[in-house]
Design a protein around this ligand. Structure first.
Ligand code: GAR
Length: 185
């Protein structure tokens, strides 16, 4: 199988990156992670790029400069899919249009509910009994693109932000790779 070249964008701990890399080692997985991009040179996720010998780049600069550098690199490396995994910068409309239908994101809620930040706090405050995660295509509206798949997580009365985050992220790891498989099936 000829695998598509993918790039993962991160800003933080990179546990979804780790999961995608591990799954991509499977012969039948449709992508190879060929590049990791971080907008934060202190992101813990860079450790996984190093560990698995994947080229990576950290760009701590404004969005315009960041996108200019990245765009050239993505074209040069023939990247066919961009996976946002805890990437906290908002990409410009121009950048998104350049990669229309080729950028996907994971969000820690059952979209369209709880778009944006601090999802676990807001879900708990609203006494929800159910939450989860969503993998979706990125369009020009925040957390608003076409949904690829969702995974549900039950919330118990004992849950707090930390326990809920752990439960949702556990599902995220499976969700992200299932979504990538689904796109290419
Ligand atoms: C993940 O839980 C992801 O859903 C969330 O950031 C976390 C990154 O964790 N993304 C967003 O909130 C995007 N709006 P990771 O760096 O360990 O993969």
């Amino acid at each position: 199988m000829v695998k598509k070249k993918a790039c993962v964008f991160i800003s933080g701990s990179g546990t979804n990156l780790r999961s995608i890399i591990k799954n991509s080692r499977d012969y039948n997985f449709p992508i190879n992670v060929s590049l990791v991009v971080s907008d934060n040179k202190c992101a813990r996720g860079i450790f996984y790029a190093r560990k698995f010998s994947i080229p990576y780049i950290c760009i701590n600069s404004n969005r315009h400069k960041f996108e200019k550098i990245i765009l050239n690199l993505l074209i040069k490396k023939k990247i066919k899919l961009i996976c946002l995994a805890g990437f906290m910068k908002i990409l410009s409309k121009k950048f998104i249009r350049n990669f229309k239908g080729k950028i996907i994101n994971i969000h820690p809620s059952l979209l369209p509910k709880y778009k944006g930040l601090n999802t676990f706090q807001r879900v708990l405050k609203c006494n929800e009994k159910l939450t989860g995660c969503t993998v979706h295509f990125v369009n020009e509206t925040l957390d608003g693109g076409k949904i690829i798949l969702k995974k549900k997580v039950n919330i118990s009365e004992q849950d707090n932000i930390k326990t809920l985050k752990k439960k949702v992220q556990f599902e995220e790891y499976r969700a992200y790779s299932s979504a990538i498989r689904k796109i290419y099936s």
